[in-house]
Ligand binder design. Structure first.
Ligand code: SF4
Length: 447
């Protein structure tokens, strides 16, 4: 059960030494109660405190690790219902399913596509995380062959899906130390599948037809010693899946209901691409920790990758790039300088448009603490004075003969201030929208 700050405080040493990076034991206790700190930060906590507070601060949704150490996927450990409450901690894994009744020669090609898929956006590489091997053939050999191919080719974590224990164990034997996710324990086979999970130290999916059945199943698995569980509660339609996901998350977070305190796996099998994207998007937003797609399709993955990145970006920590000068192309003494903020999305859009224009330029990125241009201007972090200070500190003044600086159209009001702060520079107001930047630069170059 959750403890209050005062209850936790009573168990702390009360010396206010500050070694936990918080000035007082009371302040540290409040942070622990809010699950914003870990007791390990206090080197003087007694064994009794560790026992009592440790149990109380247990995450409401268990952290589950899947896959080999070098491509480990972490899911769970979430503390909030809504991203804006604080942040979502571990992004949902996207998995692609392959059936073992298809020819291995064709599957090898498709699996390579999964391995090589990489979308670069705002400086991050977005990839598929897991491969599910489905025992459609109901035979051991094709399953094992596909497991070997998928694991060997991609190096990713594998989800082993079969109703046959012999098949599951054959797959597990191929992946020692690689923590594949076993799909699935049911009320009919719980003991036997739990024994496999414990023998091979692998996480396990608990699959049931109703919430009550699922609660009984996870309770049984936990009693058998299985700790790393993922929940699978299939539904007739996406709306029902969304409802189940929400009930499970709420029960874990609001009621600290341990039998449902595990991450969720959702399967998406829509016939058309639009429905596939819509259903998978729903589960990525609420509250699927693994979303399994029944096929690898680039036009489906693109929106899902972007959505996932947005949902799982910490709203309190905007993605930033280093504030400095970025030469684009081969800027010379007459090349223009463009000013922008250090919000990653802005930086990558602006730098991309400069590249597209074919005009070499210096892009000076001002430290706005990750805010966009307009937000940075509104909070006094993207002003004429700040831009001028960044230009002076960069050394560009000495390198350029033709001193021209282009500012974003949305902050045209700072052009006068910038002219005053940068004597000898021509200040130009660029377009408001990034998509117009390329043609603007070409026109300027032709002047
Ligand atoms: Fe108190 Fe421990 Fe923090 Fe020191 S390190 S202030 S004893 S909680």
């Amino acid at each position: 059960m959750a403890m209050t700050g005062l209850q936790i405080f009573k168990l702390l040493p009360k010396t206010n030494c500050g070694e936990c990076c918080v000035p007082t034991c009371m302040a540290f206790a409040m942070k622990l109660a809010a699950k914003n700190a870990e007791l390990t930060a206090c080197p003087y906590a007694s064994e009794e405190a560790k026992k009592i507070i440790g149990a109380a601060s247990k995450p409401p949704i268990r952290l589950v690790k899947i896959g080999p150490p070098e491509r480990e996927v972490l899911i769970g450990n979430e503390n909030v219902m809504f991203r804006h409450d604080k942040t979502f901690v571990h992004e949902a894994a996207i998995a692609i399913a392959f059936a073992d009744n298809e020819p291995l020669s064709e599957l090898g090609h498709k699996i390579a596509e999964v391995r090589d898929y990489c979308l670069e956006r705002v400086g991050e590489q977005l990839r598929v995380n897991l491969v599910l091997v489905d025992n459609f053939s109901e035979e051991v050999k094709p399953f094992v062959d596909l497991v070997k191919t998928a694991a060997g080719s991609t190096g990713m974590g594998i989800i082993l899906r079969s109703a046959n224990l012999e098949v599951l164990e054959a797959g597990l034997k191929e992946l020692p130390g690689k923590r594949p996710l076993i799909h699935a324990a049911t009320s009919a086979n719980a003991e036997a599948v739990a024994a496999l999970a414990l023998k091979y130290n692998a996480p396990l999916v608990a699959r049931a037809a109703t919430i009550d059945e699922l609660v009984a199943l996870t309770t049984k698995l936990a009693a058998l010693g299985v700790k790393d569980i993922v929940l699978d509660l299939p539904a007739d339609n996406p709306a029902a899946t969304l409802q189940y996901n929400t009930i499970i998350r709420k029960a874990a977070l609001k009621n600290a209901f341990e039998p449902l305190g595990y991450p969720i796996i959702n399967f998406v099998t829509a016939l058309d691409d639009a429905s596939l994207v819509a259903d998978a998007s729903t589960y990525l937003c609420k509250y699927g920790s693994i979303v399994v797609l029944d096929r690898m399709q680039l036009e489906v993955l693109l929106p899902l990758m972007m959505l996932r990145q947005n949902v799982y970006t910490d709203p309190q920590k905007p993605i930033q790039v280093d504030p400095r000068v970025y030469p684009i192309g081969e800027p010379g003494k007459d090349s223009p300088v463009l000013a922008t903020s250090n919000f990653s999305l802005t930086y990558f859009l602006v730098s991309g448009e400069i590249e597209n224009s074919g005009v070499s330029a210096n892009l000076i990125v001002v430290d706005t603490e990750g805010m966009s241009v307009l937000t940075g201007w509104a909070s006094g972090k993207f002003t004429g004075e700040k831009i001028a200070a960044a230009v002076k500190a960069s050394g560009l003044q000495d390198k350029l003969e033709k001193r021209r600086i282009i500012i974003p159209g949305y902050v045209s009001q700072i052009s006068g201030e910038l002219e005053e702060a940068l004597p000898g520079w021509e200040v130009l107001v660029g377009p408001g929208e990034c998509c117009d930047l390329s043609s603007f630069l070409k026109q300027q170059a032709a002047r």
